[in-house]
Design a protein around this ligand. Structure first.
Ligand code: SIN
Length: 364
């Protein structure tokens, strides 16, 4: 029989410096406008610097996710980091195991992540008490009664695909999610889904209808929930953030089009009546939720670092492990380019004609 540590046998947290801290009096200054210098555009597409020490490389699913074993993120050169940005833009997310990145300290961790852009400062998620505000701490454990993670997901499905902080004028690109301790046994995976494929799998004339549309993204709902759940102790470091973004954006590295609306932050389609906007967004959110065929599921071990590109993916936690199991991770979230709107191609490679053909077949 396989030995399993029950949550009742939890030891002390292994990373006490990274425990979450909630300060209702704190405020932060947003990053503000900046010129994004895209590392993925400088990369050698064969990725010789990133992959030279790799012992095993495999795809997690056809449309999303590649696992790279034998490479330490902490030792990568700038050329290798450029290649990481390129490969991540192609594959949506990269998974690295057994990383010493967990143990190199706040400043070294920030330095690597900020190679990809200035780090986002979150409006309500906790950071370490004596650590930089750019760290977002994800911590679940039975030994503390003040944790907000389960409270914030009460009364709704924990499966909520989203882009972290899409209401920023320059939303995140590459993002680092680093697992310090994972629950015993299975559970606590992250599902990451390709928004390239989410877009490509729609029928050609429907895709054309989406291109050119814009939508409002806002932090209003999460901030309202923070207030509802925590009252006077709510953490509100920043006012509500809002931005209007294209519904379909073009990735600056791959040139591919991806769907860019998400159920956590996208509120309405610009210029459409409420009923029209609600109907369209509901359809698109359901399309992403059902997209098992364009998602991968990342299982964690302590020392796993997942890097995902928020310009071509969405992700969801699973929160399926035994309540009280300790799950401890941090996220660093570099901001990137202003989203590039996609335009419907005049030459669609015959896709639309095929679409018409499908319609005729249906009529027959
Ligand atoms: C996140 O949404 O950034 C966290 C994902 C997770 O906890 O699995």
């Amino acid at each position: 029989m396989i030995a399993k540590t029950s949550p009742g046998e939890l030891g002390a947290p292994q990373y006490p410096d990274y425990l979450p801290h909630y300060d209702p009096l704190e405020s932060v200054e947003p990053v503000g406008p900046f010129e994004h210098d895209e590392p993925g555009l400088r990369a050698d597409k064969e990725c010789p610097n990133l992959l030279k020490g790799a012992t095993k490389i495999f795809e997690l699913s056809p449309h999303c996710g590649t696992e790279i074993q034998g490479v330490q993120i902490s030792r990568l050169s700038n050329a290798a980091l450029d290649e990481m940005a390129y490969l991540c833009a192609e594959r949506g997310c990269l998974v690295f195991r057994d990383q010493d990145y967990t143990d190199i300290g706040f400043e070294a961790q920030k330095k690597i992540a900020s190679y990809f852009g200035p780090l986002h400062k979150h409006g309500w998620m906790p950071h370490p008490e004596n650590g930089p505000v750019e760290f977002v701490i994800v911590y679940d454990s039975k030994e503390r009664s003040d944790l907000r993670i389960r409270k914030s997901w009460a009364r709704k499905s924990p499966i909520q695909f989203h882009v972290d902080q899409s209401p920023e004028a320059q939303p995140p690109g590459l993002t680092f999610f680093c697992m310090l301790e994972s629950p015993p046994g299975s559970g606590g995976d992250t599902i990451i889904s390709s928004m390239y494929r989410a877009f490509e799998r729609l029928s050609p004339s429907f895709r054309k209808r989406l291109e050119g549309l814009t939508a409002l993204h806002t932090t209003a709902n999460p901030i309202a929930r923070e207030l509802r759940d925590n009252g006077d102790l709510a953490v509100l470091r920043r006012p509500i953030t809002k931005a209007v973004h294209p519904v379909v954006q073009v990735h600056p590295v791959t040139g591919r089009k991806s769907l860019f609306v998400n159920s956590s932050y996208t509120q309405r389609i610009t210029g459409w009546d409420d009923e029209e906007s609600d109907m369209m967004l509901r359809f698109l959110f359901d399309h992403v939720n059902r997209g098992q065929d364009f998602a991968c599921r990342v299982r964690y071990e302590p020392g796993t670092v997942v890097v995902w590109d928020q310009r071509c993916t969405q992700h969801s936690q699973t929160l399926d492990y035994e309540a009280g199991g300790r799950r401890h991770a941090f996220r660093l979230t570099p901001l990137a380019n202003v989203p590039i709107p996609s335009k419907a191609d005049d030459d669609d490679g015959g896709d639309c004609a095929q679409d018409e053909g499908r319609m005729m077949l249906n009529l027959c």
